[in-house]
Design a protein around this ligand. Sequence first.
Ligand SMILES: [Zn+2]
Length: 375
Amino acid sequence: MQLIPMLQRLIAANSISSVNSSIDQGNRVVIDLLANWLEGLGFTTEVMPLADPRKANLIATLGSGPGGLVLAGHTDTVPCDESQWRHDPFKLVEKDHRLYGLGTCDMKGFFPLVIEAVRHFVGQPLKQPLIILATADEESSMAGAQLLAAAGRPRARYALIGEPTGMKPINMHKGIMVEKLVIEGHSGHSSDPSLGRNAMETMHSVLGELLTLRNELRDNYHNPAFSVSYPTMNLGCIHGGNNPNRICGQCELGFEVRPLPGMDMAKLQETIRERVLPLQKRDGVVITIEHYCVPAFATAENSAMVEICESLTRHSCEAVSFATEAPYLKDLGMDVVILGPGNVEQAHQPDEYLALERIQPTIDFLIQLIGRCCL
Ligand SMILES: [Zn+2]
């Protein structure tokens, strides 16, 4: 199958992943399409199911032995607001030298380019294996990458993740900690404060503690490789109470921290607890904090993969503030660089697209990369 029809099929398969179960979809259709196409090119494929039977990872291997290269990407997309799109997000539309559709840029669009590049090596004996890795749930829980980490697979010397970087190599990114903090107080009639425990008043103190911590993080950590050179904290959403004449019985806050590489996330979470939990006793409320996090990432110094990608693209490596599956692949022993054809500005946006002019340079880059790593 040719590149555009392949991309059409991938975009038509809704593979939205979300922590909101009412819009969460599986990725099996995408995984099965890729497995089918890659088997046709001589790959050995292994579908690795997740706990949710609608979801799976794919490990497709050409050649064998130690070393080699993993070309990796996620097959899920973020949810989309269809009413803000000019076209159907699940229909590939070519217009103005662009390919529009949900996942064209981030990042189902990477796989047909990989398959085009791979065609050049069919029938050529590879000295080291070439592995195509397609994962599930990158946009929601990282469950696919976590399953790979637990299984200890795949193994290879090098890995490239085709996330949207505008064809520039990325060797460093921040982590993401998403925190959900819930204060359970006790509601009661507003006329007498002693009848309840006001969760919103405790939240006022929590916000004060968090903003103090935010400023400390900003002042104490610094990495000039990032355009925002310090760890950030964003207070994202807050909900609480239901009427002016009731004591606020429950209040919850969603916030996010983006630590720099090298920062200990477990310690940071402990610090948040130390600052916030003493308010329970003071105010007679219960505070719970749920975490979800992706570690920060930096390639090892003297990374050979950085050198290869810099020489092939003639771009120096850069740092970005979005998180990827790179730390999981690095933990599996791979030398990882992130580089893909899309632009992050078009990711997670209505009218997401991949520019046609990016396609051939990406295929050419991948052919050279496979040649350097596998022949
Ligand atoms: Zn992505």
